[in-house]
Design a protein around this ligand. Sequence first.
Ligand code: SF4
Length: 365
Amino acid sequence: MPFIKEFADIFEKVKAGTRLSETDGIRLIKTNNIAELGAMADFVKRRLHGNKAHFTHSINVNHSNICVLSCKFCAFAKKKNEEGAYALSVDEIERRVKVAASHGVWEVHIVGGLDPELKLSYYEEMLRRIKKSCPGVLIQAFTAVELDFYARLEKISAEEVIDRLIAAGLGGVPGGGAEIFSERARALICAPKISATRWLDIHKMVHRAGLRSNATMLYGHVETPEERVDHMIRLRETQDETGGFLAFVPLAFQPDHNELSYLPRTSGITDIQVLATARLMIDNFPHIRQLWNYVDEKLIHVALEYGVDDLGGTNFDEIIAKAAGSASKGFTYDELVGLIRACHHEPVEVNSTYTAIQKDCLVAR
Ligand code: SF4
């Protein structure tokens, strides 16, 4: 049991399983006493997961970088006729996933830009072809922002979009596009994007349809510590309603090649304040995930002691973080396992629904 002095009142609540207040969250996220903050977050993490560190062997497919929006933090999106703009054919996507599955990858993560030329039938075909070629692979795809866009493009409800994609093979929804829920900060970095309320409503629809999803938070740009805590509380309240979220995934802002490049990278202290506070505040999310490609490698070494139980996927082919200047060199499967062991944790390979899989049925025979 850690000895906690400055935050003794909060630790009493943590031990008793009493929900922390907004005021508690703001005290935690602003503190430089990361020793006590980390000890409390680690206490909760070990109560839930012991010494386990989850990870997924996955491929990232970014099917199109053409996007009708221009979010200020985005270094990935292009306009249709801009140099470097692309949209992958379903054949090419199927080929990439088959190659990955033959190397033991068992999850495909698909997100892309809001490309007005790609119809819902393209996404349905993509999912069906992947499931036919690689039946054992779980497909986690399409952010709430993308699902909303498909609905508006097809002039149908988002519920219908979700149902049709599930029928085609969708197995889960990633947490992207949440950015920061604060209306003030959202207006400054991604004004035309769907509102926080709509993002949360789409996830409620996903949960009602029987799928699980994740939730991100983009931090380290124009938002305040109070707005980070507000974001966490809105997620906690939604989770109270549906219970459908699995992982909270904080994403440190990457400052290269975008309109916010004048901002500095987040400090290690900020990263830890966010991770550890999230573990304590979002008490109804089972998992806190630190994607290794969004922070310095040495931060990953300590994140597992500050509330994190999940390092995400091996994610080869990931280009969104790289486009924005992620300094991470990337990890192979063996390197990620080795890193977890070097941090004195037990590596546990899962898919994004945190279930085991029969690896011998990944690729259709
Ligand atoms: S963040 Fe997403 S929606 Fe915004 S410009 Fe980039 S690809 Fe488009």
